[in-house]
Design a binder for this molecule. Structure first.
Ligand SMILES: C[S@@+](CC[C@H](N)C(=O)[O-])C[C@H]1O[C@@H](n2cnc3c(N)ncnc32)[C@H](O)[C@@H]1O
Length: 281
């Protein structure tokens, strides 16, 4: 397969995956944002977003950090969220109903308007086939001196909220390790992150970290979450093997895997390491 075919395939896979999980993520948004909201707030702070500014949220999904940014830029500012997945964008538009100053576009770098004061992006860069190419396009969307602030996940072993469910289910299904390539954890090395952002032409590149303490009410809720946001390929494999993705054996493996994350009140704390990068165009 040529590089161009690779990129087309990655893009098509991302659209199919995120379209399929959009409703599952929507069901968990309120709970997820209780912890993830701190990352949106930190991106706003790192980029120095102020009232009246124009900001792009690249890979906005259901609308974060776009909604947090909209609250910061206020009525004289403007926020545009861009995402490849039509269904994620449809959900973001529904969530935006009645809000002014925030709009959403379906597509990739080709639909991004230019001249922004800041570009923010939460948990998207590692999903791209050509990360430096994407970062160059994001730099081109900034005015000179504008700021990029992006979040990516750390290594899977330190991101239980996102990685643990996959690990357990891949083990049950005896799947081989995933091939190298785009994944939520493909940019988990702070040095590689800094180098790629610098390679795209950003100046004053700075990498920091934050631990996002995801809380769930009970171990059973982790099983629900992991299965609700599971990519369709794994969902299909579970159905084939167990007849139902929510088979008791599947749920008990997920519940057992979070035993070490229980809190005194019977809930769960799943601290997950997140890298933050800032660069100036
Ligand atoms: C992990 S979700 C993050 C969504 C949102 N930013 C958040 O933090 O909740 C990743 C999103 O990036 C989108 N995406 C993946 N690859 C993309 C690309 N190359 N360009 C634009 N969007 C992309 C997906 O459709 C999905 O909505």
């Amino acid at each position: 397969m040529s590089k161009v075919d690779d990129r087309d395939q990655v893009r098509a896979d991302q659209i199919a995956t995120w379209d399929a999980v959009s409703d599952g993520w929507l069901a968990w948004t309120a709970e997820f944002e209780r912890a993830a909201g701190a990352v949106s707030a930190e991106l706003v702070r790192l980029a120095g977003v102020r009232p009246g500014q124009s900001v792009l949220d690249y890979g906005t999904g259901l609308g974060e950090p776009a909604f947090t940014v909209a609250d910061t830029v206020g009525p004289t500012g403007e926020v545009v969220g861009v995402d490849l997945s039509p269904r994620m964008v449809a959900r973001a538009r529904e969530r935006a109903a009645g809000r002014r100053g925030v709009r959403f576009l379906v597509g990739g770098p080709e639909v991004v308007p230019g001249g922004h004061d800041a570009v923010l992006s939460r948990w998207v860069l590692p999903l791209a086939a050509d990360r430096v190419g994407l970062l160059r396009a994001l730099r081109a969307a900034l005015r000179p001196g504008g700021t990029l602030a992006a979040a990516v996940w750390g290594p899977p072993a330190e991101v239980p909220m996102i990685a643990l469910g996959f690990r357990v289910l891949a083990g049950l299904l005896e799947l081989p390790p995933p091939p190298p390539g785009p994944s939520p954890f493909a940019l988990a090395d702070p040095t590689a992150l800094r180098d790629e952002v610098a390679a795209a032409g950003f100046r004053e590149v700075l990498v920091t970290e934050v631990v996002v303490d995801f809380r769930l009410a009970a171990p059973d809720a982790f099983a629900d979450f992991a299965l609700d946001v599971l990519p369709p390929r794994l969902h299909g494999a579970l159905r084939e093997r167990y007849g139902d993705a929510h088979h008791p054996e599947v749920r008990s493996a997920l519940v057992g895997a979070v035993d070490g994350f229980r809190t005194d009140d019977g809930g769960l704390s799943l601290p997950s390491r997140c890298l933050l990068v800032r660069g100036v165009a």
